[in-house]
Design a protein around this ligand. Structure first.
Ligand SMILES: [Mn+2]
Length: 427
């Protein structure tokens, strides 16, 4: 039994108003080929099929065309597709009954009766091959979370408890139906933020960046679910929501596949992948991470520095010769030591001359030294939600005279540790 686990497609997503249908199409075409080539038996998509509840028609068309190709052009007999926090339950569920005839199981939102969310995977002879307890993103009404909590910590605990109960109920159901007695894999899915996982990748962590495209779902930075809430009877847990591919709580069989494309500039250096999982009876044999070729999507880059540095980097930026997209997309930030009325014209001229790079966003700031600005002045033009704790931490360190080296090597790891423990205390 071979399973392909993917999630967080966010079809229809735009970056700074730039449409990305061509990149999504490349991914979907690549995925069909992979599924054929690797003889996948079951496809699992763990939420956030679409980027918004009301996606553009073209994104919906791409999705249906993909499903048609999956049925027509590959040996893959089954798919389980669950809704994420970005998906509309109603839209995802609209073709549910029709899709079921093609063995495509769509679970937009949790059903009133949990039994309806159990998917039996059978081979051509009608033998049971696996059972999927399909759990989509759980909304307040699904987890019957309606008590009024006195504070956010209490609310957070209640949410985690309720999610935990939902999985426990699913496990009990599988036991009652006798599935645990059979030599077949029992799988569950989820679209949530698991504890101990991060939005960060090694590179962006150094730069003090947090992923901008997925915030914690339930409250502020809370609602993180510990790995132990997934009952032991499950042989694989296919998760979605975090865009970085990762293992949860050191358990090999609880995984995020991550998103197949970088969905924000903070994901620009992540390796994007899907997961291939092999079972022999109930035994998990092998998990293979298959990288999505970076040539099928646009390269995203960030350029920052003073005007000369930025112009130089733009001039020297290479063409992506082996990519489907020779032009890369950039986010640019120029910091001027003193006001320069020609900066904008100069920057725009350099950008116009280089067609290998398209600036989706640029900003020019005047900043003497960090010492001369107070914390509130420095961040005055930002919303509270936009503020990045690491950015503020770095700013304060510089203000008290720490060197960049000292911040990176000594202070930042300590700060991250404290930050993590503060965040985890509320579990
Ligand atoms: Mn999500």
């Amino acid at each position: 039994m071979r399973i392909l686990h993917t999630a967080d497609w966010h079809l229809g997503q735009k970056l700074y108003d730039k449409e990305r249908f061509d990149e999504f199409q490349n991914f979907l075409d690549w995925l069909i080929e992979l599924i054929s080539e690797k003889h996948v038996d079951l496809l699992i998509v763990a939420g956030d099929i679409f980027d918004v509840a009301n996606p553009p028609q073209k994104a919906i068309e791409q999705y249906y065309q993909f499903l048609a190709k999956l049925v027509k052009q590959t040996d893959c007999q089954h798919a389980v597709i669950v809704g994420g926090n970005h998906d509309s339950i109603q839209s995802l569920n609209a073709p549910k009954e029709l899709a079921k005839l093609l063995q495509l199981h769509i679970i937009g939102g949790a059903s009133e009766k949990s039994e309806n969310d159990l998917v039996e995977i059978q081979d051509n002879q009608g033998n049971l091959q696996a059972v999927v307890a399909a759990v989509p993103f759980l909304r307040d009404k699904d987890i019957r979370y309606n008590q009024i909590a006195s504070d956010s910590n209490t609310r957070d605990k209640m949410i985690v408890e309720a999610i935990s109960k939902h999985y426990a109920a699913m496990a009990t159901l599988l036991e009652q139906k006798g599935y645990t007695q059979l030599n077949i894999p029992l799988i569950t899915t989820g679209h949530l933020f698991a504890q101990g996982c991060s939005h960060y990748n090694a590179e962006s962590q150094e730069n003090g960046e947090e992923n901008q495209s997925e915030k914690a779902i339930y409250t502020g930075n809370l609602g993180k679910v510990p790995a132990h809430i997934f009952p032991k009877i499950f042989d694989y847990v296919a998760l979605g929501h975090l865009h970085r591919s990762q293992i949860v709580g050191g358990k090999e069989h609880i995984r995020y596949s991550g998103s197949p494309l970088p969905l924000s500039f903070s994901e620009r250096n992540d390796e994007k992948s899907v997961l291939l999982i092999d079972f022999e009876g109930k035994k998990l044999q092998n998990i293979q991470k298959i990288a999505v070729p970076s040539t099928i999507y646009r390269k995203l880059i960030r350029i920052a520095g003073n005007l000369e540095e930025v112009c130089e980097k733009i001039k020297n930026f290479p063409i992506q010769s082996n990519s489907s997209f020779p032009t890369s997309w950039a986010e640019i930030r120029v910091v001027l030591p003193s006001p320069n009325p020609n900066a904008k014209t100069q920057l725009e001229k350099v950008l116009q001359e280089n067609t290998r790079l398209e600036a989706l966003f640029y900003r020019i700031d005047v900043c003497n030294t960090y010492q001369s600005t107070s914390l509130s002045q420095q961040f005055a033009n930002k919303d509270l939600q936009e503020l990045d704790p690491l950015e503020i931490f770095r700013f304060v360190c510089r203000q008290v005279g720490c060197s960049e080296e000292d911040i990176d090597e000594n202070l930042l790891p300590l700060f991250l540790e404290i930050k993590e423990s503060v965040e985890n205390q509320v579990q």
